[in-house]
Design a protein around this ligand. Structure first.
Ligand SMILES: [Zn+2]
Length: 289
């Protein structure tokens, strides 16, 4: 029989006790750290959660850049439709270089010359094209970097007022424009030989009324956009509430975000017939006093 002396009992009681206390202390500390960490996370999350605060911050940032945001004391210049056209032609589009040589159209050089003469006679001009890569908008269209935020800002400003502004087209390459033009020409049933002989000028002019020759489209710059209202065909844009919103008071809303009408109404010699849906970015600095 093993006799336990009193001093041994003391020791035996002490040992398990002190051995049990260590894990307890560790557990307590871990709980404390986790608790404090959780509290910190909660505070951080709740500090960044309130959306009005974010919106205010964004608006403050936008106000600083001067590119966008809610109405602010901006003195916008007024333009006649001819002045819009002339501004487009005189503005130096950044990140572009002039298209020096007229691109091939049908491949029949005589027909191509005839088409170009008719196009330039209507006011079409060779435009410029990007010299470095473009950026994709949140709508999935290629656009010049400088025009992307102004487009997103314009779209959001419209949405805030219940205007469903969307993109139908943005950058277009010379080759894409060539195919679009050829499609239009083909639909008239003419042959390049007839075009070259000058027998079908009226039909070529009818195509030019709506479609640019390759090299002369403003979409080549990467700064032009075709807008649509909701999912309506963009050619109906002139009748939409989006157009009414954009064009009101000398295109105030468009100008506020750096955009001007590309082919305003009642303006002769600008290439195609007026296109209410097309806008070009020239920047807020150009448009404000
Ligand atoms: Zn267009």
């Amino acid at each position: 029989m093993h006799i336990i002396e009193p001093h041994q009992i003391q020791q035996r009681k002490l040992r398990p006790d002190s051995a049990n206390k260590l894990p307890l202390r560790i557990a307590f500390l871990v709980t404390l750290v986790i608790g404090a960490g959780g509290l910190l996370m909660w505070r951080l999350e709740h500090r960044s959660l309130p959306l009005p605060a974010i919106a205010q911050q964004e608006e403050a940032e936008e106000a600083q850049t001067g590119d966008a945001g809610p109405p602010k004391p901006l003195r916008l210049k007024q333009f006649s439709n001819e002045q819009f056209r002339d501004l487009y032609n005189s503005f130096a589009y950044p990140n572009t270089a002039e298209i020096a040589a007229p691109p091939v159209i049908t491949g029949n050089s005589k027909a191509d010359k005839r088409i170009r003469d008719l196009a330039f006679g209507r006011g079409y001009k060779l435009r410029s094209a990007p010299v470095s890569p473009l950026v994709t908008t949140e709508d999935g269209f290629a656009l010049q970097q400088k025009a992307v935020k102004p487009w997103h800002d314009l779209k959001r400003a419209a949405a805030r007022e219940g205007i469903p502004l969307g993109l139908a087209s943005a950058y277009r390459s010379i080759e894409e424009q060539r195919l679009i033009f050829l499609q239009g020409l083909k639909a008239t049933g003419v042959t390049p030989e007839e075009v070259a002989a000058g027998l079908v000028d009226d039909k070529v002019i009818r195509v030019l009324a709506t479609t640019s020759i390759p090299g002369a489209s403003r979409h080549h710059t990467g700064f032009a956009v075709d807008l649509k209202c909701s999912d309506e065909d963009h050619t109906l844009f002139v009748h939409s509430k989006c157009f009414a919103w954009l064009s009101n008071n000398n295109y105030e809303k468009a100008k506020r975000y750096g955009w001007i009408p590309s082919y305003p109404p009642g303006t002769p010699n600008q290439g195609p017939e007026p296109e209410a849906w097309e806008y070009v970015w020239v920047g807020i600095d150009t448009l404000s006093e």
